[in-house]
Design a protein around this ligand. Structure first.
Ligand code: SAM
Length: 238
């Protein structure tokens, strides 16, 4: 379970809301049962339940340890804004693949977000999905979801990463694994449903990205994102 660090005193934690209901009604845990928790920032806890109701679970912390499920690779995935259900799918999958942060971005052919307060509402929705996915795969760090950027901001953000991969279906360079870099930070660019414009790929390459192909078939953007992150995690992370 994900616990809010503010709700954590030195040796006590409190879980409210849907999670409390789930622990009480579905898992049917009882006082003195053991429970595993994380703060979403890389620390895991084991606790013993003191008091339990569907509204609130009070826990004594028994032990604390650094996460064993996080990768040593700092991996940023940047995906062009896609249709909403695809963005939801991406956040679920990349949480499982150990991605550190996710940057949705606008480019020439991306799909604009719709509705009032759209960025705030979408970010909140993605954060909820990320929290659920974290629990499912037992990660200890939430994917950091950055507010949508424009393409130039993404290129400038990426400058701090040694490994910069731009996936482009028209590239003649098969993805064969990264060269050694100065730091263990990687960034991946995936384009929109309509693909990147050639000029966008050129400016990514000018700012230090290498453009790679993921093979002869055109993958859906969300498939390409998952495939690229899986390959890079395998090659550079764990
Ligand atoms: N029209 C489909 C869709 O609706 O998803 C395909 C979109 S594909 C153009 C979207 C992005 O996935 C591309 O901009 C690229 O980043 C990546 N991609 C897809 N297939 C690829 C391939 N074979 N090699 C490299 N990148 C690929």
């Amino acid at each position: 379970f994900l616990i809010n660090t503010e709700a954590l005193s030195t040796d006590k934690a409190v879980i409210h809301g849907q999670d409390a209901k789930h622990i009480c009604k579905v898992l049917r845990l009882k006082p003195k049962d053991t429970i595993s928790m994380t703060n979403g920032h890389g620390t895991d806890f084991t606790g013993s339940i003191d008091k339990i109701s569907p509204e609130c679970v009070e826990i004594s912390i028994l032990s604390e340890k650094k996460s064993l499920t996080e990768s040593n690779l700092d991996l940023t995935l940047c995906t062009a804004m896609l249709k909403h259900n695809k963005m939801d799918e991406i956040i679920k999958q990349i949480t499982q693949l150990g991605v550190t942060r996710w940057i949705p971005f606008y480019c020439k052919r991306s799909i604009p977000l719709s509705g009032p307060n759209r960025e705030k509402k979408h970010i909140e929705r993605w954060q909820t999905i990320a929290r659920e996915s974290l629990k499912q795969c037992r990660r200890s760090c939430l994917v950091e979801i950055m507010p949508p950027m424009d393409f130039e901001q993404v290129l400038s953000f990426s400058k701090s990463c040694s490994h910069r991969f731009a996936f482009w279906e028209a590239s003649d360079r098969p993805f064969g694994g990264p060269a050694p870099g100065e730091n263990n930070k990687a960034v991946v660019l995936i384009g929109p449903e309509g693909g990147f414009e050639e000029e966008e790929v050129r400016s990514a390459v000018e700012s230090g990205f290498i453009s790679y192909s993921l093979g002869p078939r055109i993958l859906r953007a969300e498939t390409a994102a998952v495939c690229a992150c899986g390959l890079i995690q395998y090659l550079l992370g764990d």
